[in-house]
Design a protein. Structure first.
Length: 150
């Protein structure tokens, strides 16, 4: 039995074709923006602020923590960093395009990381958005030096 409809080349309507072109254009724009942000993040260096009890990890430690985190959750995993901004860039670069890393940090200089930055005060530990309470595959936390007289 010969079915002629199987031999026909499918055609898109003009509206569907235009919508598809628009979708691909927007997708390409998003990828370009993401790449530009990634480049600027890699070039951005913030120095420790000892007044905020900030002490960055050594490069070997950053690499080890980032590798362990991504190996644990996979390239498409979701990682939260609480008060440990020095490992953000390395984890961001190791994750796949569907992976996610969010930084919860008091120092607003890290807001340059855009939507990945969330203001967080360790004195209010429940200050994480409720919708994120069970969202992450792994959480890495390194709160600042704790003083009982604070």
């Amino acid at each position: 039995m010969n079915n002629d409809s199987d031999d026909e080349v499918p055609h898109l309507s003009l509206e569907t074709f235009t919508a598809l072109q628009e979708f691909y254009r927007e997708q390409e724009e998003r990828e370009s923006v993401k790449e530009a942000i990634s480049l600027s993040i890699n070039e951005f260096n913030i120095q420790e602020d000892w007044q905020l009890s900030q002490f960055w990890y050594h490069e070997d430690t950053i690499e080890k923590l980032a590798s362990l985190a991504v190996e644990t959750v996979g390239e498409d995993g979701k990682i939260a960093l609480i008060s440990c901004p020095s490992i953000y860039k390395t984890i961001k670069n190791k994750l796949g395009k569907n992976g996610e890393v969010n930084l919860y940090e008091f120092d607003k200089r890290f807001s340059v990381f855009g939507q990945d930055f969330n203001f967080y005060d360790y004195k209010s530990p429940l200050g994480v958005p409720r919708d994120k309470s069970s969202y992450y595959d792994i959480v890495i936390a390194d709160p600042p030096f704790y003083q009982t007289n604070v």
